[in-house]
Design a binder for this molecule. Sequence first.
Ligand SMILES: Nc1ncnc2c1ncn2[C@@H]1O[C@H](COP(=O)(O)OP(=O)(O)OP(=O)(O)O)[C@@H](O)[C@H]1O
Length: 238
Amino acid sequence: MSEAATLKLRGLRKSFGEQVVLGGIDLDIPLGSHTTVIGKSGTGKSVLLKCISGLMEADAGTVTANGSEGAPPCSYMFQQNALFDSMTVEENIALPLREKGKAKKAEIEKRVSSLLEQLELSAARKKYPAELSGGMQKRVALARALVTNPEIILFDEPTTGLDPQRKYRVFDMIRSYRKRFGFTVIMVSHDVPEVFEISDRIAWLDGGEIKYWGTPDALLSDSPEDLKLFLTPQLSTE
Ligand SMILES: Nc1ncnc2c1ncn2[C@@H]1O[C@H](COP(=O)(O)OP(=O)(O)OP(=O)(O)O)[C@@H](O)[C@H]1O
């Protein structure tokens, strides 16, 4: 992996009033990999994702990729998919391109058709989100995230509220489409240890800092005591 093919976070800080949520985050994320951010509820995982994507402005620090400042093109996939009920599948997928206003109508149609095909949604193009299964809705949300050709997709708890079988299907979908399209995944998840299987790296956010960063295998064998304490209840419920 070359030095340039890395998303570098340096000194990322974010506070809300007196509350320091990110206390200076340094992290090197290999582009093309899958990183999962774990940590207690309310510890700042979503804030970190938003600061990386530019949805939220950090108070200090930098995000650089491919040697240039600023996040590369990112898409953000929200917990509940955030599809518009009054729009068809194809209208939902086309929305980010329409909002940008740069692409011509024919280009938008071509791009949307290609994604519908690749994500096995062609038969559903004229349907509304309420007419689709949960898995299809996730694929529509993923197609919408992919339509702008992002280098990075940020997933904020994509499996919340799903039963174990559906959870695995979503993880499988993320794994197979990452391989096919080559985007970088940065994901927040509470699904420990299930999420270890699809992650190249785990980042443990605690007290405003990344206190652990490494492969899931290393994490299980070689983690600091306080991370073991955080993981123990989750591992023992399996
Ligand atoms: N826009 C905001 N204004 C004020 N405080 C905020 C804002 N966004 C987040 N916070 C606070 O920052 C802290 C971290 O929030 P965040 O949503 O990142 O936590 P999280 O680790 O993703 O939690 P969870 O696992 O429960 O989703 C929380 O205390 C939250 O209340």
